[in-house]
Design a binder for this molecule. Structure first.
Ligand SMILES: Cc1ncc(C[n+]2csc(CCOP(=O)(O)OP(=O)(O)O)c2C)c(N)n1
Ligand SMILES: CC(=O)[C@@H](O)[C@H](O)COP(=O)(O)O
Ligand SMILES: [Mg+2]
Length: 618
């Protein structure tokens, strides 16, 4: 089936191939990617877009001596295929299989673990400065997408990099896409460079001059010095980066492997910080992905001949997005914010209905929080829908800009709890720990879709910061008994004796299942749904403490600083004399794998919880 791919096990193997063979290999890799990811799921479109780019980088540079850092890292599959992991690709993102992101523990060619966006230039600069201090010799190459470039960290790093004269290469992989269409002024600027005839004309003129310069490696602008003070200079592609202190090369065709190799061979000789602007097509080579790259950004298993089928399951994201839209129809103060994830957070319908009240700020969660605070400070009711793990980027802004001033910002925290395939960098298991320490912030978590809708409804009546956290995946229905006024009160779902489980959010269903298992073992336990995590429902907690001798807390969050810690401190104050058991994630980073496997491995499945309780009493 493959003429060359089967012999590719190290970067050395591709250095032996000529351009024609490399082009054949590119096609083989694309075929391999589509086939493999159609079975396992994964980030298909981003990787189809970087086949030639990755081959050229490994062809010209010498990994791992030369260091490649992949921003976000979701586009590192080709890199993994080239560096000896082709034969493990059927384990991609599976439990105990290879990760969907670079992992130092997986390969010496994975220089730095990534997963969150916009870190690669900071990492690269750190590696480069350390190299210089240690008098080492190596090339440092950060590969960052146009979406990741909208992340503030990337500009903090460019600001620093441009101020140094350290040798470092930034490869900007520009495919006009973030997960959805890329947004913002930087994206527009890049678009102009790609398409503006004036840029093209000026670039050709300069290239013409440059071609007469005997010594290669001069940048366009060294040869175009006389343009410097003319309008033309501003039209130069990359003037923004040149003004920031980086030598700009591009835009070049990110699918022309010969041009890529020649460019990188020249770039190796250039001193100081360099930015190479590469134009690629996200999803290239698989027509379904080419026609709809955002749908193939991250996919589950699919049929190659049919593509990804439309999903009609009601996810918590969809429920939240629809409820917010309903709220917006009744209250024109309601506005919605996303950080480059409109579809992932269920806001795409809101975007269609109220484009003027919808804001995609790019991959800029810190800015999103403070932007929301600004909106609230001027009378609006902003809702920031964001994955728990990415909200970590806005920690200080939540305290400093929303909570201290007690502004009515509502955080719709999606993917709260373990997320599965994406692993350590994406599990949303820290938000209860970092949020519950913030004064003025009300934190709620629904046991099912009905409570999620009611909590969002309830939030509009609260004129102070609110966080509502809910899990990834299909929304369940347990009961629709809560009425709006009690939606922030705890709920006794089963009256037992001696032992009470007080659970939050998605762990309520798990508690009910554990209760059923224990019932079959002759043990009737109390199950409490802690809808409001902060403030605690002290009245009901006291009632439970007075009538039970064991209290178990259960949460889809790390134990340290989580819901259980908060309950413990109250019970100590209340001088509770019984036993307390806190169940949640341990103090470690949880690996990737299907969530059921992870819950079971860490004794957070219903079966394991029931067994732990039986062990406790025997
Ligand atoms: C801090 C953070 N926010 C959001 C995300 C989710 N995310 C993953 S990839 C991506 C888009 C990246 O776009 P780009 O860098 O252009 O890469 P492409 O997929 O186009 O290759 C986003 C928003 C993330 N990984 N990290
Ligand atoms: C790479 C990245 O950060 C996103 O693509 C993330 O993987 C999306 O997660 P969901 O699949 O839960 O939307
Ligand atoms: Mg992109």
């Amino acid at each position: 089936m493959y003429k060359y791919l089967h012999n590719i096990n190290t970067p050395e193997d591709i250095k032996k191939l000529d351009i024609d063979k490399l082009n054949i290999l590119s096609n083989e890799i694309r075929k391999f990617l589509v086939k493999s990811v159609s079975n396992t799921g994964g980030h298909l479109a981003p990787n189809l877009g970087v086949v030639e780019l990755t081959l050229a980088l490994h062809y010209v540079f010498d990994s791992p001596k030369d260091k490649l850092i992949w921003d976000v890292g979701h586009q590192s599959y080709v890199h993994k295929i080239i560096t000896g992991r082709r034969e493990k690709f059927d384990t991609l993102r599976q439990f105990e299989g290879i990760s969907g992101f670079p992992k130092k523990s997986e390969s010496i060619h994975d220089i730095f673990d990534t997963g969150h966006s916009s870190t690669s230039i900071s990492v690269g600069l750190g590696l480069a400065v350390a190299r210089d201090i240690k008098n080492e010799k190596s090339h440092i190459i950060s590969i960052i997408g146009d979406g990741a470039l909208t992340g503030g960290m990337a500009f903090e790093a460019l600001n620093h990099l441009g101020h140094t004269n350290t040798n470092m290469i930034v490869v900007l992989n520009d495919n006009e896409m973030s997960i959805s269409k890329n947004v913002g002024s930087i994206s527009n600027y890049l678009c102009n460079i790609r398409t503006n005839a004036a840029y093209k004309k000026v670039k050709d003129e300069i290239e013409n001059i440059a071609n007469h310069i005997p010594k290669i490696g001069k940048t366009f602008y060294e040869t175009a010095g006389r343009f410097k003070n003319s309008l033309k200079y501003l039209l130069m592609p990359g003037a923004l980066f040149e003004e920031m202190g980086l030598k700009y090369f591009g835009p070049i065709d990110g699918h022309d492997i010969e041009e890529l190799i020649n460019t990188f061979k020249n770039i190796k000789k250039v001193q100081g910080p360099v930015l190479v602007h590469v134009i690629t097509k996200k999803g290239k080579g698989y027509k379904f992905a080419e026609e709809c790259p955002d749908k193939y950004h991250g996919v589950g298993p699919f049929r190659i001949d049919k593509g990804v089928s439309e999903s009609f399951i009601d996810t918590y994201s969809k429920i939240a997005g629809n409820k917010l839209l309903e709220l917006a129809k009744l209250d024109d103060r309601v506005v919605a914010i996303t950080a480059a994830m409109p579809s992932g957070t269920g806001l795409n319908k809101f975007q269609q209905v109220y484009p003027e009240r919808f804001f995609d700020v790019g991959i800029a969660e810190s800015h999103a929080v403070t932007f929301a605070a600004g909106l609230a400070a001027n009378g609006l009711r902003p809702y920031f829908a964001v994955y728990s793990t990415f909200l970590q980027r806005g920690y200080d802004q939540i305290i400093h800009d929303a909570c201290i001033q007690n502004l009515p910002v509502t955080f719709l925290i999606d993917r709260a709890g373990i997320v599965g395939d994406d692993g350590e960098t994406h599990h949303g298991i820290f938000d209860l720990s970092y949020l519950s320490s913030m004064p003025n912030l009300k934190i709620m978590s629904p046991k099912d879709k009905h409570e999620l809708e009611k909590m969002i409804q309830h939030s509009i009546k609260i004129n102070t910061p609110v966080a509502i956290r809910y899990p990834r995946g299909e929304a369940i229905s347990i009961n629709d008994s809560a009425d709006d006024k009690d939606i922030d009160k705890w709920e006794i779902l089963n009256e037992g004796k001696d032992i009470a489980i007080i659970a939050t959010g998605s762990m309520v269903k798990t508690s009910l299942d554990a209760k059923d298992i224990l019932c079959n073992n002759g043990l009737n336990i109390t199950v409490v749904n802690a809808r409001c995590i902060k403030p605690l429902d002290e009245k009901l907690l006291q009632t439970i403490a007075k009538s039970h001798n064991t209290i178990i807390t259960l949460e889809d969050n790390v134990l340290i600083g989580g819901f259980g810690s908060y309950v413990n401190s109250y019970l100590i104050k209340f001088k509770f004399k019984g036993d307390i058991v806190n169940m949640g994630w341990p103090d470690k980073f949880i690996e990737h794998g299907k969530v059921d496997i992870l819950y079971d491995k860490y004794a957070l499945s219903a079966q394991k919880i029931a067994s732990r309780i039986l062990d406790e009493i025997n």
